[in-house]
Design a protein around this ligand. Sequence first.
Ligand code: PLA
Length: 467
Amino acid sequence: MHPQFRLPGAHSSSSPSSSSSPTDRRLSALLRHLADSSASSAMDSENPHTTTISASPTSGFDSNSVFAHVVRAPEDPILGVTVAYNKDPSPVKLNLGVGAYRTEEGKPLVLNVVRQAEQKLVNDRSRTKEYLPITGLAAFNKLSAKLMFGADSPAIQENRVTTVQCLSGTGSLRVGGEFLARHYHQRTIYIPSPTWGNHTKIFNLAGLSVKTYRYYDPATRGLNFQGLLEDLGSAPSGAIVLLHACAHNPTGVDPTLQQWEQIRQLMRSKGLLPFFDSAYQGFASGSLDADAQSVRMFVADGGECLAAQSYAKNMGLYGERVGALSIVCGTADVASRVESQLKLVIRPMYSNPPIHGASIVATILGDRDMYNEWTIELKGMADRIISMRHQLFDALRAKGTPGDWSHIIKQIGMFTFTGLNTEQVAFMTKEYHIYMTSDGRISMAGLSSRTVPHLVDAIHAAVTRVV
Ligand code: PLA
C-alpha cells in the first residue's frame, strides 16, 4: 500500500471490526480501493497501453480536497494587524499598525501632485497600455537613480549605475536578493536586529542565508553602535549587509552621520557589500537629500552597493507598487552586464512591471514645478509626524505616565518603538481598541491630535496595570 494512503489506526489488511463506526468502515473501504488502484497504476507503468480509471484527484480522506492537509497560516505580523482592526466594530478603534500615512482627520492621503500627474496622464490620449520593457519605464529609472544618488552623482555620470523598476520596495529587495544569490560570491546577508519583519523572509526566499547584527539597545532605546561595529567587524569578508538608508523600521533609530562614516570605513575595509533599503526617503527629516546622505556617502567613495527604493510612503503610492532597484557597479561595462542578468531574474518572476505608478513618478520627478510641489507636500507629511511625536510626548508627561518617554521625540521617521511589551500591547488592543504590532511599534503617521488622548489613556493604563 502506498504510504500516503495510510491513516493512523487504519490497516489495509484488517477488515472493519463490528464495533467500528460507519465513518471508519467507509474509510477502510476507501483505503482498500486506493491501495488497489495504486497497485494497478504501478502495473500500468509497466504496460503503458493499459488504461485504468484512477481515484479522483479530489478524493481525500477527511474532506473533498487534495489540500485537506493544508494548515492555516498565521496572519502577517504587520498586515494582519489591519485585518484584526477591520473586524473590530468599536467606534474608538485606532490602527497604529501598518506604516501608512493618515491626515489629521485620520484619512488616507492622495497627494495633490499625484492627482495632477494622474490627470495629465489621463488627458494624454497618445498614452497606451503596452507592456513596459522587463526593466520598466526608462525615464522612471533614470529619475529614480538621480533622486537616490543625487543629480550630480559621478556614478550616474559614468554610467556605473543600473536601475530597474520593481514592485515597490519589497519587489526591489527580492530582485536584488535573487540577483546576489545567483551572481555574488557571498551568500550571507546580515540584517539589523531588529528589522522590518519581511526582510528575513524576502532574503531567505531569494536564496541568501540571513544573519543578524546588533543594532538596537533596549536599555538606552538607542543605537547599539559598539555591538554593530563588533558584529560587522567579525562578519566574513565580502558578506552582504542590509542597511536602512534612514528612518530605521521598527526602531526609529538612525546612526548619526559620523557613525555612518565609521560604518562605511569598516565595511569598505572588510569588503562588505552594502544593500540599502530606502523605504522612507524624505519621511525622516522632510528633506529628500538629507535622508539619502547615508547612501550617497557609500557611493561617493567609488565603491559598489545596491539600493532598493520605494515610493509607497514618500509619494503615498502604496497600492501602486512603485519602486526601483539600483546596483552601483565598478564600471559601466559591468553595470550593463549586471542589468542583462537582472532581466533574467525579473522575466520569470513577473515579466515586466506595471506602467501606471511609474508614469506618475516619472511625471512628477521630470517636471520642476511638480517636483517642488511634491517636496512641499512631503515635508508637510513629515512635519505632521514630528508634531505627533511632540504631542504624544507632552501628553504622556502631562498625565504623569511613569517612565522616560523622551525616545518618542528622539526617534525618527514613521514609527516609535515604544518599549511596551507584548502583554501591554495585547491589553491596549483588548481594552482600548488600539491596534499596533506586538513588538510595541506604533505608526506615528496613524495618529492625530484628536486620537492622542485616547492613546495616552491606553499607554498610561498599560504601564500602570500590566507589568
Ligand atoms: N522596507 C522597509 C524598511 C519597510 O518598512 C517597508 C514597508 C518596505 C521595505 C516595503 O514597502 P513597499 O513594498 O510597500 O514599498 N513597511 C510597512 C508596510 C510600511 C509593510 O509591512 O508592508 C510597515 O508597516 O512596516
